[in-house]
Design a protein around this ligand. Structure first.
Ligand SMILES: C[S@@+](CC[C@H](N)C(=O)[O-])C[C@H]1O[C@@H](n2cnc3c(N)ncnc32)[C@H](O)[C@@H]1O
Length: 276
């Protein structure tokens, strides 16, 4: 599904600009938390026991590539930006054979089933209407005994600008070990998805949120602003869409600073599998 719009979120150049503006470091709050890494680790270890097992990563996530290599799996990363895939190596601790697929996730060839498909915050990059087709695509990419590990934001409550001002007050009081922009990134994504779905994250900050910050805070946040339309569905919508092609085996919530009770790691088993 190529999208010709140069400002579209489906354009790799937009993602490269975002990573470059943050010196090629993904924001702290969207990294997998320690608890989630333990879940990923268990599933990857279990999969690696299977002879010839194959693992697909939606994106270039360095932590998932590290875990695969540590367990002797060759991670197949799918990213429409080879620049990002290459640059993420600087954040990895393991070295070993890796494969790279440069294609839009929605167009990944289904010829060779995978035992594990992992996406750590990947679906947030898609338009709302692409989430259900992507879930079906993942189910079709999996072997019948395979599993999908998807960390996703799922909204189970309404979000309002007051949540943002409360979060900023908490940030000023507690000074967590991340920038203000990273601290509220997930919250602002939820707010956008809930109430301002026509705007980019930058537009939401500039039109609504800056009014609640000091000039110093605005100066700090402004260079980090993203022309992105990150989107998270409601929990009910996500689970309804997933139920079309998966059963839910496990759900673990991401906890800690910068998480807002919405990010969950879903372990899903396909009911429609490879070629189905
Ligand atoms: C997986 S996502 C989210 C963050 C991710 N956890 C990470 O480690 O960076 C970011 C990556 O997905 C890639 N990407 C976004 N949409 C894509 C799509 N439709 N097809 C292929 N790659 C995509 C971007 O180029 C970027 O490298």
């Amino acid at each position: 599904m190529p999208n010709p719009d140069p400002m579209s979120d489906q354009n790799p150049a937009i993602h490269e600009k975002q990573y470059a503006s943050n010196k090629w470091k993904p924001p702290v709050s969207i990294r997998p938390t320690r608890e989630l890494l333990e879940v990923y680790d268990r599933w990857i270890a279990r999969t690696a026991e299977r002879r010839g097992a194959r693992m697909l990563i939606l994106g270039s996530t360095p932590e998932l590539r590290d875990l695969a290599l540590a367990h002797g799996l060759v991670p197949v990363s799918c990213d429409h930006s080879p620049v990002i895939w290459e640059s993420m190596k600087a954040l990895m601790t393991q070295r070993g054979p890796e494969e790279f697929l440069q294609v839009n996730w929605l167009e990944i060839p289904e010829a060779h089933p995978y035992d594990l498909v992992a996406g750590d915050g990947s679906l947030v990059m898609l338009r709302p209407d692409q989430i259900e087709p992507m879930l079906l695509k993942i189910a079709k990419l999996l072997a019948p005994t395979g599993a999908a590990l998807l960390k996703v934001g799922v909204r189970s409550r309404p979000f309002a600008p007051k949540d943002f001002t409360d979060a900023v007050a908490e940030y000023r009081r507690t000074r967590p070990p991340m920038s203000l922009h990273e601290y509220v990134l997930i919250l602002v994504t939820e707010l956008r998805s809930d109430r301002y779905v026509d705007w980019t994250l930058r537009e939401l900050w500039e039109r609504v949120l800056f009014a609640h910050l000091t000039p110093e805070e605005i100066a700090e946040v402004r260079p980090c602003l993203l022309d992105a339309r990150f989107y998270t569905p409601t929990k009910a919508d996500f689970e309804r869409m997933a139920a079309g092609c998966f059963t839910v085996e496990q759900v673990v919530e991401a906890k800690g600073p910068g998480q807002w009770g919405t990010t969950h790691l879903y372990v899903l088993r396909p009911v429609i599998a490879a070629g189905g």
